[in-house]
Write a protein that binds this ligand. Structure first.
Ligand SMILES: Nc1ncnc2c1ncn2[C@@H]1O[C@H](COP(=O)(O)OP(=O)(O)OP(=O)(O)O)[C@@H](O)[C@H]1O
Length: 313
């Protein structure tokens, strides 16, 4: 089990991580989300042992990890960390790069490299020099390289940021299935809602260096209590209750997703259409409701300026 116990850290006197605690088990996939600069990469670097912490500690199976001030080479052997600027050697081939993380004494070396390249869908590039690959291809090779060592803990920082949507979905499914089968604990810092919602066992939400929520994807999505968290997954409407309930005089604000508003023939909740955004299966409609911008889903495009009426699901 990995235990992060009350860690705080600052690059300068200003703390960028504050009292972070959580634990995770082998085989878990934990997604770390939060706005840019909130401290996600810093957290991964502390866990891996690249940054020295004065406050708090990180434990693996009850053993306290020493951190960079006590190691000749910073970083733990049983972990692998893939930073945002994936570290590959450009002038050697894909095969040689991945081979760097597999012992030359391993009798299955060649088949392991092939198996890893299959996971990231790069089998055709075995003999290609890394400098001749695109950004997304390099990222896939970098992923194959970090899993080559069969780490017990894998820390990935924005692992699919250079990969097109066309490949991303299959790659995510193949990679996370592979990591589960090997019982690897994987912690991923991500801006991508699908990385977190569809694959994670648990999501950690960081805001201004603090851990503000930790829960399953379903619990976080369905219990919409914070615009900060909800807007990571979808558009979030925040509306004063009295604007959608004529009987209410409450100043209380409620939060809801676009699919929780339904268009009706007539009602007391009237809005004006601003724009319709095509989303594939539906249009996301932006409308003005008594001076407040709201979003809702609708199957057809709506005329800008037309009046519409709602009820809340
Ligand atoms: N080497 C450094 N020296 C000083 N400050 C740093 C350093 N690295 C990061 N920071 C600062 O620490 C804070 C947290 O940065 P971090 O990279 O952990 O955020 P993040 O959540 O990973 O951001 P992003 O999503 O943009 O990658 C930011 O304010 C950043 O400017």
């Amino acid at each position: 089990m990995l235990k992060v116990d009350n860690i705080s850290f600052g690059y300068t006197s200003k703390e960028v991580l504050k009292n972070i605690s959580f634990s995770a088990n082998k085989g878990d996939y934990i997604a770390v989300i939060g706005e840019s600069g909130c401290g996600k990469s810093t957290l991964l670097e502390i866990i891996y042992g690249l940054l020295h912490i004065e406050k708090g500690a990180v434990y693996w199976n009850d053993k306290k990890l020493l951190g960079p001030n006590f190691q000749l080479i910073p970083g733990e052997d049983f972990m692998k960390y893939l930073p945002q600027d994936f570290d590959l050697m450009p002038y050697i081939t894909v095969e040689e790069n991945i081979g760097k993380n597999i012992s030359i004494l391993d009798p299955n070396r060649v088949t392991r490299i092939q198996e890893l390249l299959e996971v990231v869908d790069m089998s055709d590039f075995l003999k290609t020099k890394v400098k001749n690959l695109s950004g997304g291809q390099k990222q896939r090779v970098a992923l194959a390289k970090v899993i080559a060592k069969e780490p017990e803990v894998l820390l990935l920082d924005e692992p699919f940021s250079h990969i097109d949507n066309f490949r991303k979905n299959k790659l995510r499914r193949d990679l996370f299935r592979y990591l589960k089968s090997k019982n690897v604990l994987c912690i991923v810092a991500t801006h991508d809602a699908t990385d977190a919602l569809s694959f994670a066992d648990e999501i950690l939400v960081i805001r201004d260096g603090k851990l503000v929520a930790k829960n399953t994807p379903e619990a976080l999505y369905n219990n919409l209590t914070s615009e900060y968290i909800g807007s990571f997954f979808n558009e979030v409407n925040e509306i004063q209750l009295s604007k959608i309930d004529s009987k209410s005089t409450s100043k209380k604000k409620i939060l809801f997703y676009p699919n929780q508003l339904k268009l009706v023939e007539n009602s007391e909740i009237k809005a004006t259409v601003i724009t319709s955004y095509f989303k594939g299966d539906f249009y996301l409609i932006e409308a003005n409701l008594k001076g407040k911008i709201i979003f809702f889903e609708h199957l057809e495009k709506l005329q800008t300026g037309s009046n519409i009426y709602f009820k809340k699901n």
